[in-house]
Structures are given as C-alpha cells and as structure tokens.
Design a protein around this ligand. Structure first.
Ligand code: P6P
Length: 337
C-alpha cells in the first residue's frame, strides 16, 4: 500500500469526515513544513551556528536560545501569506502577531510554543514544537496586537486541532483534528511526513510517573502525599511499584505517555504560586490536553479539567496533571476536599 502522507491523511479526513476545511488543511500542512524546517535547524546543532543564547529574554523573563528565536521566525514566516490565519500567538512574543495587511486574513488563530524544552538543546536531548488551532471569533477586533489578545482567550475545548513535533532520533508529528490522534514520521529522503500510527490510545492504568522531584518541598500536601505513595510502591497504599521519568522537555515526556501510558505532573508549587504554575495554558497545556483526551486520557489542573478553563491572559500559566485516565483521576481525587 502506498504511503499515506500528511497531505493524503488530511484530504481523506476532509473527504470522508467533513471535519476539515480547505483552510485548516492548508494551515496544518504549512505548520508541518515549518516543523520540517525547524527539524533541519535543530539537526545541524553546532554546525549550523544555532546553539547557545540569543542574548534576549521573552515575556516569560526566560533567556531565549538562538533556536527559540529561529523557530519562532520560521513559524511566523510560513503562516503569514497563506490566507488561512487571522493572527498568531507565541511563547516568544509578548503580544499576538497580526497577519500583515498585504496578505489576506483567514478564519483561524494559531498559538505555538515554537521550541519547547529549549534548556535541552545544548545537551542534545529531544525538544519539540507545540501548536494549537482555534477559530477566530466573528467580529473579533484585530486592529492592533493589544486588541487581538481577546480573540485568543477561548477555552481549550474550542480547539479545532492541536499537535506537536518532537525532534528526537526521528522527527515525529503527532496530530488531532478532533477525530483521534495520529502519528507521522518525517521521511527525510522524501522530505514529507508519513503516517506511521493511527488511533493512538493511552492505557488507562500506568506504573510510570513524570515529575521534577527537586520541587517536592514546594508542592501542596495532597500531591506530595500522592507521590510519596507512588514511591512507596507495593508496600504503600497504591499497592504497586512505579517507575519515574523526567526529561524536562514536555513534548518528550508527553510523547512517552502517548506511546506507553504514564502520568505527567507539573503541579502548583509555592515558588510558582504567584505565577499560577509553570506551564502556559494556551500553547502548552491546552494542545497537550486536547491530544491526551483525544487518545482516551485525562488532563486536569488537579482541581479542574484543563480544557474547561476560560483564559484571562495570553500567557496564563496553569498546573498540569495529565496522562493515563485512572491515575489522573486518583490525583484529582486526592485534591478533593
Ligand atoms: P523544570 C521546558 O522549559 C518546560 O517548559 C517543559 O517543556 C518542561 O516540562 C518543564 O519546563 C521543565 O521544567 O522545572 O523541570 O526545568
């Protein structure tokens, strides 16, 4: 059987399921091509002169890596001209980026973390691009970047598509348009993404958890007690031994969970309480929550379903507990009064 490329998958979804418009198909193909370009830049590393600091900070007050800035520029330039987008928002930009007047505007909004896990770039650990697609509300004020922010403040349940690329031993594109989760592998010789896995399902149970244990002293008691029980293994109340992984690259940790199950936790902790959490809602938590739920998993702040949160700010942060549904539900239950 001939290979099913991304273009063929999207065409067939459009033809048979009627859940993809031409503009959404173009948007996703453009984003995929941008991820291919980012994959090439990431793969060059020191040979491409793209390692190290860019010498600037983003709105998060985080020092930007050269590849953060380059990846952001690749996504902006790729998406400006197609006529499928009204505006974009990125972890690396304070305000939304409006489609320039010289290009037609479309009906979609795109948010992205252009290169997530960039602290891992210089140590050659998997990193990735996370993206989320929303419909632009009718009548949205897109006259200025400041005014355009309001259009993005939609709950994650309003997403029409979400995905991530993971730049690891292979470059993968993991995508959902609301019809389950599929995985494409980049065929570097042909220069296109080829469908390699359909109907991704996250096992409901797991014995593997992902959390940065160095923050234990800052966690709220319910979460701390739960993780202690995971560490207690068979002799504890959970009655089974657990394994732990922490890549410190959300895309890599989430992809492991999409592949074999697990629970990923970046909970609220005392040093982050004022900020609301570590991970950003619009372009990290929401797209990952959409994908995880589409694969049968669950995604919560510990107290609320992530996809139900109505954002108040573009770069709002939230606690994230996501992955195998039974495990997430147990963690949520331990937060219940
Ligand atoms: P820590 C990467 O900077 C990131 O935003 C996520 O990809 C990752 O899960 C988390 O931060 C790692 O945070 O505190 O363990 O370095």
């Amino acid at each position: 059987m001939s290979q099913r490329t991304l273009a063929r998958y999207l065409t067939e979804e459009q033809r048979h399921k009627g859940i993809i418009t031409n503009d959404l198909k173009l948007l996703l193909e453009v984003v995929a091509r941008a991820c291919q370009a980012i994959s090439v830049a990431v793969g060059k590393g020191a040979l491409g002169g793209v390692l190290g600091e860019a010498g600037s900070d983003n709105i998060q007050g985080e020092a930007q890596k050269k590849l953060d800035v380059l990846s952001n520029e690749i996504l902006l330039e790729a998406n400006e001209w197609g006529g499928h987008l009204a505006a974009m928002a990125s972890e690396e930009m304070d305000l939304p980026h409006l489609v320039p007047h010289r290009f037609p505007k479309g009906e979609y909004l795109l948010t992205f973390d252009p290169l997530d896990g960039s602290s891992n770039i210089d140590v050659n650990v998997s990193i990735g691009t996370i993206f989320s697609v929303l419909k632009c509300p009718d009548g949205a004020d897109l006259n200025t970047p400041q005014a355009a922010e309001q259009a993005f403040l939609q709950p994650g349940s309003a997403q029409v598509a979400a995905g991530y690329a993971v730049y690891g031993p292979t470059t993968l594109l993991v995508l959902s348009v609301g019809d389950g989760v599929v995985v494409f592998t980049l065929d570097r010789e042909q220069g296109q993404f080829v469908l390699t896995r359909e109907n991704v399902r996250i096992p409901a149970e797991t014995n593997e958890f992902a959390i940065n244990m160095a923050n234990r002293r800052f966690w709220e008691a319910p979460l701390r007690d739960y993780v202690d029980e995971m560490q207690a293994g068979k002799s504890g109340s959970l009655g089974k031994d657990y394994n732990m992984r922490w890549v410190a690259s959300m895309v890599a940790d989430v992809h492991r969970i999409m592949t074999r199950g697990g629970i990923f936790m970046y909970p609220l902790d005392e040093k982050l309480r004022a900020k609301g959490g570590k991970l950003r809602l619009l372009y990290e938590a929401n797209p990952m929550a959409f994908l995880v739920e589409q694969a049968g998993g669950a995604a919560s702040t510990g107290r609320q379903r992530i996809l139900d949160i109505v954002p108040e700010r573009l770069h709002q942060r939230v606690p994230v507990i996501l992955g195998s549904r039974q495990e997430v539900e147990r963690v949520v239950a331990c937060h219940s009064p």
